[in-house]
Design a protein around this ligand. Sequence first.
Ligand code: CAA
Length: 431
Amino acid sequence: MAENGKSEGKPLRIGIEAIAFDIPEHYLEMADLATARGVEPAKYTAGLGQKQMAVATPCEDTVVLAAGAGQRLIKNFNIDPKSISMLIVGTETGVDHSKPVSSYVHQILGLSSECRVFEIKHACYGAMAGLTTAVNYILSGRAKGRKALVIASDIARYGKNTVGEPTQGAGAVAMLISDNPQLLEIDYNNEGFYATQVMDFWRPLYSKEAFADGHFSIQCYLDALSGAYNLYKKGDEANGAQSKAANGKFEACLYHVPFVKMAQKAHQRLLETDGGQKFEKDSPELKAALQDFEKRVAPALELNARVGNIYTGALFLSLAYLLESSAGKLAGKPISLFSYGSGCGAEFMGAKIMEGADRLMKVESNEEILSKRRQVNMAKYEEILDACSKMDLNDEENLCQPEKWDLKRPVLYLGTQNHKRIYSVNGVVLN
Ligand code: CAA
C-alpha cells in the first residue's frame, strides 16, 4: 500500500494508468472556413497547422464530452468505477457559476459517493493543475490504493468572423492517475512552474465566447514556457543533472496546442532558452530547431490538427496520440509535458512512457474514433453556432432537439428547464 511516497521501501511510481478522449460528432474542414472568410486556405493549414475543426452541437456540452471520455476510459481499460475516490474536471467552459461539471459527470459515470468531486478552472491549465493534485493525492498515501480520475473538457469558441475563429475546437480527455502507471510514469521529483497576471485571453461572465489579444497571448505563452523551463532546469541541476540543456534527455516534447504551429514556436523557444538568445532567421540554429521539431514534437500533433483547440485538454490530446502511435518505439523513454493557461499559469514536467503501453492503447484506435465523425458545411456550422448561443437559456422553446443534430452518442444535454440542466443517458432523462 502506498504511504508517504514509498511502497515497501521503494519510491512510489505514480502516473497515468488509463487514458481516453471524446470529441464532437461533427467537424468542419479548415479550407471551407478559410474560403468562406475570404482567407487563403494555406494561412489556416500551413500558417496555423490546422486541418479540421471539431464542432460541438447544442446537445454536446462540456459535461457530455467529459462523460464520453470517462465512459470510454472505463470501458476500454476495464476500470472498476468503485476504485475511483477522486474526480477532478478541469475546464474553462463550465456550465454553471456554482455547480461543478464534475457533479454531473460523477452521476453519469456511476462513481461511488465515497469520492472527492470538484472542478478546477484556470483557462487551459486547469487539467494540469488537476493532474498534479491527483499525483500529490496518491503520493501522500491517503488514496490507500484507490485512484483519481482527471478529465479535461472544453468547447473553444471565439465566434463567427473573429480572428480566433480558426483556432476553435472541442473535446475531452480522461486520465486515470494511480500507483499503477501502466501508460506513463510522472517524475514528481522535479517540476517547473510559472505565473503572472496578464490579459491575454479571458471570458467575462456574460459571454459564451472567449476574448483574446491573439499575438500578445502567443508572447505570454512563450514567456511562461521560458519561466517554467528555467525553474525545471534549476531543479534538474540540484538533482545532479550534468547537462544544462535539460530538454536534451526527452525523446518527445509535448506542449499545450491551441493550434499546431504554436507547438513549433514553443519548441523553438525551449531550445533558445538553453542558449539564452533568439535564433536568427535562416540561421543554422533555426534550421536545426525545425528539424528537431519534426523529430520530437510533430509526431504527436495529428489529433490536434484534426480536432482543433480543446483548451485544457489540448496537451493531453497530443499525449493520447503519442501513446497510441509511438509508445512501442518510446517504451522506457523520458518525455516532457508543458501546460499553459492564459491569465496566466504554466507548468513543465518530465515523465516516462511505460513498457507495454502500446499494447494497452490498441483497444480502440484514434482513427476509428475520428472516422465516426460527420463533416458539416459552412451553412450547418453557422446554424450550429447560432443554436449554441441559445442553448443555455431557461427556455422550453429552445431545448436542444438532439434529433435535429444527427447524434449517436449515449449522453446528451437536452436543455434547461425550471433553471435546471437536463441530461439523458441512452434516452433516459436523469433526475
Ligand atoms: N500561407 C501560409 N502561411 C500564412 C499565410 C499563407 N497564405 N498567411 C499567413 N500565414 C501565416 C503567418 O505568417 C503566421 O505564421 P507565423 O506566426 O509563423 O508567422 C500564421 O499564418 C498566422 O498568421 P497571422 O499571425 O497573421 O494570424 P492572425 O493575425 O489571424 O492570428 C492567432 C493568429 C493570433 C493565433 C489568432 O487565431 C488568435 O487570436 N487565436 C486565439 C488565441 C490563441 O490561440 N493564442 C495562443 C496562445 S494563448 C493559449 O495558448 C491559450 C489558449 O489556448 C487560448
